[in-house]
Design a protein around this ligand. Structure first.
Ligand code: SF4
Ligand code: SF4
Length: 429
């Protein structure tokens, strides 16, 4: 239970939202929208070489390669005709091709999906599986850096006020159990651990996986915290969990795998927590690709001048500039903030209060780090002040007395460092 309004500054008690008392029927189904949008990760020049054309008819589950010059593909989660292909940019300038579709009311299912996912060749299956709801990185499971010894199924939600993964554990326990059986058969037969908050331990036990409960206090559900608290391993700076032989997948992704393999069809809907201006959460089930505006219309949630739309929760969510942004496979929450709830950042210097250092779960000297990041000293920030140890919880920004956008500086710093690394690698051939 959060003890004070979320969007103000201060030090609230940061417990995750629970779903005790919620029943499966409390998931609201959003009707199929007449328009869907899919994003394909592709550098902008490929838009000039797209093989997909406006007017093309596509089926549900059809995997499309957008250009003969790029490996980028997407799996359509609707049936309809392509009405728009355009360039768009996402977080930190990431480039996408946006494919708009006029959606038919009846789904025509693509047979190739079933053939691909039922193939014993995982290489062939992964381009289809990567687009499923709740799966943001299937490659880390199918092609890990080192063979996986353990797969953690995360039944906790990664941000506050979000209840999506908990609802999956509560309402789809049988599907979760079947999906976990599939995970156990991945190369190396990894051990599977299901992590849940204590109030879901009874539902989790039905999965017959090893169940671990975690205190539902932020940021305990983030992978690096689960690694430390449950597996007693520390992820080295700049590396990810798979380098230690541990893979992570959300509970919803496991259910999606079960559906893909047992039914030969992609699960086309996504569970999403809608966080209203009153900080109350409701869970919906919506077709992937549905624009946010269509979701809000279906729920009769009006937007007013100055409101802010955020994809994600209050600690790590990212504001979006248009209600035409679609629900993506990793959209766990959509948050609406009223203009009087916005905690705006200010151009005030750090007063060295130390609140960010006390809040940081990995003991980064954030006050020093932010000084370097403000002056674009990215490599020094990584070498001297542990930039790459940051687990991206956002607590430092939340507690900052000077309202410095510390988390934004950190994310920008990591992105700039990745560009420097890419440039060095390409210079070295
Ligand atoms: S976001 Fe801030 S508080 Fe969280 S781990 Fe990174 S530096 Fe520490
Ligand atoms: S919380 Fe903000 S003002 Fe306080 S030390 Fe950290 S960066 Fe500086």
């Amino acid at each position: 239970m959060i003890k004070k309004p979320f969007f103000g500054f201060g030090k609230p008690k940061l417990d995750y939202a629970g779903i005790e008392g919620l029943e499966q029927g409390e998931v609201t189904d959003i009707p199929l929208s007449g328009r869907a949008v899919f994003f394909v990760e592709a550098p902008h020049p490929t838009v000039n070489d797209v093989s997909l054309q406006v007017g093309d008819e596509i089926n549900t589950g059809q995997n499309l390669q957008v250009s003969p010059f790029s490996k980028a593909t997407f799996t359509s989660m609707v049936t309809g005709s392509v009405i728009d292909i355009s360039k768009t940019s996402g977080y930190l300038g990431k480039q996408y091709l946006s494919v708009g579709i006029d959606v038919s009311e009846e789904d025509q299912w693509d047979d190739a999906f079933s053939e691909a996912v039922q193939s014993p060749d995982l290489e062939k299956a992964d381009r289809y599986l990567g687009g499923l709801p709740g799966i943001s990185n299937i490659n880390a499971l199918i092609h890990p850096e080192t063979p996986l010894e353990t797969i953690v199924v995360n039944g906790m939600d990664k941000d506050l006020l979000v209840t999506t993964q908990q609802m999956v554990v509560k309402s789809q326990a049988d599907d979760l159990k079947e999906g976990i059986e599939f995970l156990k058969k991945l190369p190396g037969n990894p051990k599977v651990i299901l992590v849940v908050p204590p109030h879901l331990s009874a539902e989790a036990a039905k999965s017959e996986a090893q169940v671990q409960t975690v205190t539902p206090s932020y940021p305990n559900s983030l992978p690096e915290m689960i690694m430390k608290d449950v597996l007693h391993q520390v992820v080295p700076a700049g590396m990810d969990c798979s380098s230690l032989g541990v893979g992570f997948i959300d509970a919803e992704g496991v259910v999606a795998l079960k559906s893909a393999f047992s039914e030969g069809k992609p699960p086309v809907t996504k569970m999403v927590s809608i966080i209203g201006k009153n900080e109350k959460t409701q869970v919906i089930r919506v077709r992937l690709g549905t624009p946010v505006n269509a979701v809000l219309d279906a729920l009769d949630i009006p937007l007013e001048q100055g409101d802010r739309l955020v994809m994600g929760g209050p600690m790590t969510g990212r504001s979006i500039y248009s209600g035409e942004m679609p629900v993506l496979q990793d959209t766990d929450a959509i948050m609406i903030q009223g203009k009087d709830q916005l905690a705006l950042n200010e151009d005030v210097p750090c007063v060295n209060c130390g609140e960010c250092i006390r809040a940081c779960p990995v003991n980064i000297p954030v006050n020093m780090l932010v000084r370097l990041l403000e002056f674009s000293q990215y490599e020094e920030a990584a070498n001297d002040y542990d930039l790459l140890s940051c687990i991206e919880c956002g607590l430092c920004s939340y507690v900052c007395e000077s309202k410095i956008p510390v988390f934004h500086y950190i994310m920008l710093g990591k992105y700039e460092l990745s560009l420097i690394k890419e440039a060095e690698e390409s210079a070295n051939g």
